[in-house]
Every structure is written in C-alpha cells, then in structure tokens.
Design a protein around this ligand. Sequence first.
Ligand SMILES: Cc1cc2nc3c(=O)[nH]c(=O)nc-3n(C[C@H](O)[C@H](O)[C@H](O)COP(=O)(O)OP(=O)(O)OC[C@H]3O[C@@H](n4cnc5c(N)ncnc54)[C@H](O)[C@@H]3O)c2cc1C
Length: 469
Amino acid sequence: MKRTPAQPAAAVIGGGMSGLVAARELATAGFAVTVLEASQRLGGSVHAHEVAGLSLDAGAESFATRTTAVADLLEELGLADDIEYPAAGDAWLQTPNAVRKLPSTGVLGIPADPLAPDVKAVIGQTAALRAAADLAAPVSKHLTDGAMSLGELVRNRMGHAVLDSLVTPVVSGVHSADPDALDVDAVAPGLRAAVVKHGSLARAVGSMRQAAPAGSAVGSLTGGMHRLTAALVEELTDRGVDVRTGARVSRLAAREDEYTVVWSETEEALAVSRVVIATDGPSAVDLAAQLDPDLAVYRPEPGAGVSLVTLVLDYPELDVAPRGNGVLVAPETEGIGAKALTHATAKWQWLAAEAGPGTQVLRLSYGRLSERHARLADADDETLYHAAVSDASALLDVDVTEQDVLGWDVIRHRGALPFATTGHRQRVDAFRAALAKHRRLDAVGGWLSGTGLAAVVADARARTRITAR
Ligand SMILES: Cc1cc2nc3c(=O)[nH]c(=O)nc-3n(C[C@H](O)[C@H](O)[C@H](O)COP(=O)(O)OP(=O)(O)OC[C@H]3O[C@@H](n4cnc5c(N)ncnc54)[C@H](O)[C@@H]3O)c2cc1C
C-alpha cells in the first residue's frame, strides 16, 4: 500500500480468518496494513486442497448460522448468492453397540427432551429416566459458581450415559477434546446462565434451540468455504494491503508510540503504530509477553491437533447416502479410529454436481482423544489412508477397496483447535483486561473468541473496529 504521509501503519500477525478480517477492518479505518503470515498460504484452517481433480475444503467446510456474522461478511464480499445449505440428511451416531440417528433437538448432543424416543434408542430407558431427573432436581449453587467443565455439568444433571453416548461424540467431533477437559463457558457460552434461569439443563437446551434462527444450523459456499479466504485476500490486495506469506514474526518491541515487528530468518522489520496479533494462543501470548512479561501467565495449552483424511471414491452404491450427511463416533467404539466421517457429496449439492454420479467425497477426522486415537492421528500418511478406507467401510456398512479410490489426501491441522480447558473463559477475560493497558495492541483469534468461523469473524471485526479508531 502506498502510504500517504499522514496515514498510520498497522501490522496484523497471522493470516488466518481472524487476521484477514482484522486487516480488512484496519484498512477500512484508514491504516496502511501489512499482514504477516508464517506459512506459505493464507486462511489458516480455511483453505483448499485438490483431490482427484476436485477443489475441496482442507479444513473448515461450513459456518454456523446462529448469527449473521459470516453471512454479512459474505454479502459485503459479493458472495451472498453463493451461500448454500446442506442437504436435509440426518447425522448418525456410531456407539460401541449400534449405529443410530443422532437425536436432533440438542445442543452439543445434550438432549432437550431426555425421554424422547430417539434419545431412549441411544441410551436406553433406565439412562433416559436418570437424565430426566434433571427436570426436577434443584440447581445447586456449585453448578453456577466458579469454573466448570462441560462434562461435569452434563454428568451432574443428566448422568454419565448422556455424557458418554451423546455429548462426547459430538464434542470430540467439533473440539477434538474430552468434555471433561473443556470449559463449559468457552464451548457453550450462555448455557450455565440458561440452566439457572430455567432450573434444568434440558429446558436450558430447549430454550437455546428455540432462540436459534429457523432453518439450517450451518451454511457454506458453492465451491467451498475456502472461497471466503480467496475473496478476502483479493479484496485486501486490491485495496493495497501488503499481504506476505513465509513471514513468521519472532519479535515484537515497543518504544513510545511505535512498535517494531520483526519476522523471518532475514529479520526483516517494520515500524507501525498499531499491532493486532491473530495467531494461535501460545504464539500470541509469547509475542505479547515480549512487550509485557506479566502477560506470560495467560499462555494457553497448545490446541488439539486434527488429521483429516479425504477419500474420493468411485462407489455408486453410496449415492443413496446410507448414513445421511455423516457419522459421529463414540470414542470407545472398538475397531474404528476416526472420530467423525462426513459424506461431503451427500451433504453439499454443489459438490455432488461437480463430482458427478457415483463419485463420493468422504472426510474422516482423526484426533487425540485417547492414546489409541493419538497414535493413529500422528501416524504416517499411508497408515492414516488405510485406516480411513477401513473406517469408511465400517461406518457406511460397505466394502471399500483400494480399487474404488480415485484419490486421497491427508491434511494435518497441528495445534489448530484451541484447547479450552476448564477456566478458559475466565483466563481469556483476564488476558484481555491485561492487554487493554496497551491501547494500540490487540489480539484476536479462535483461542479468544471460541472455535468456529461465526465466533472468529464476529469477534475479529468487533475488536478491530474498536481498536481501529
Ligand atoms: C479441521 C478443521 C475443521 C474445521 N471446520 C470448521 C467448520 O466446518 N466450521 C467452522 O465454523 N469452523 C471450523 N473449524 C474452526 C475454524 O476453522 C477456526 O475456528 C478458525 O478458522 C480459526 O481462525 P484463526 O484465524 O483464529 O486461526 P488460524 O486459522 O489457526 O490462523 C492463525 C494463523 O496464524 C499464523 N501464525 C501463527 N504464528 C505466527 C507467527 N509467529 N507469525 C505469523 N503468523 C503466525 C498461522 O500460520 C495461521 O495461518 C475447523 C477447524 C479445523 C482445524
């Protein structure tokens, strides 16, 4: 960007979704912006890969529609007409004993009606009665004070069967972590307050479902979610923003009203009046602590890694989508290493049309839920590929062989899903309060806003709009 003499300069560290959105806000506010991205590609977890000639999402493939945050951004970028909603297929649940449709009226797998037939079908009559005790049991003060894990809340109110068979598969699919390790306020904001208000977890879930907008819970873009990254980068470049890849920021220093940002082995440096750190949590705190050592205490644990295996199959029998849009897997299910399978060609019409009849795109994700799972998630590509072929066969009840495979790929998202351990929300609030002392420095990203594009986009916009002044 050609800088006019009066124009202040800003650096955005990290070119994932939060960094690109922050850069857009800063450019709108009149800053000469430089985006510094460590890797060779932009978008972070939102980028494309090609498998068997198809351009596919290598990470995030949809956005939550509970708010208009992403849809608004897509509209501003001229992409509103390309928003697509998933086909009306069910989600399925594989437990150690059976595969069934996932009860549909929950939040993170927590049922709004513990006695509903589809809930009983998964957990059984006795466990459903135990879960329904939540409707009558008083809400103890312990449930509302201090930090608490999602697992503790669910077990306390509804019992372990709901936790193990319904909540754990959903939560591990989304967050790649055990509900007992996750901060309830970080992964389900507002849930505890709703429990207090309605006097029951089931009623709290029901009220949250009612408050959600009608229609599909998620949307995406024809052609894939990665088009959002491409559109943002194109717009930023057109507006003169200097977008650099291969630029890992290693040092941050402050002198009076100026920051110096240093990146790459060549130690290139830039002086700016405003900095937004948009990296993962550990990197963000390490950088911020160079300016203010007191911030070091807020360093979060590294995020849970996910390995994503994509299979493109020639398998016409799967055109009927036997497991709807996909299957979530209870971690204790023996013989299956994947935590989730998405039947992408069943879920997205644009992709089915592009792939053509008989061609299937399957995405299987492997996380670190137990030692067994972690060994597989960290295995070499060939091992993961063979596991995916075997898991796809078991989960879809077919017999996929290597002759059916038109192409495959493994994408590793290391540290990508922030690990929101118990107390995370409080630590995030404290970090942001401590950071507020530095008026021209801010931090955005999924580790602060919560995982998911809806949260990341809304938070990055709101934060940088304030700091852009
Ligand atoms: C496999 C997977 C599937 C997902 N699916 C969905 C989905 O379907 N729907 C949904 O809403 N959400 C989904 N998510 C979550 C969503 O993608 C993330 O919440 C969001 O993209 C996070 O954006 P971010 O900018 O905070 O972080 P990131 O995408 O992690 O970007 C951070 C960037 O900072 C860079 N960086 C780090 N350190 C430095 C440094 N020192 N200097 C310069 N750059 C640095 C990194 O290279 C990276 O590009 C998924 C995530 C994963 C991993």
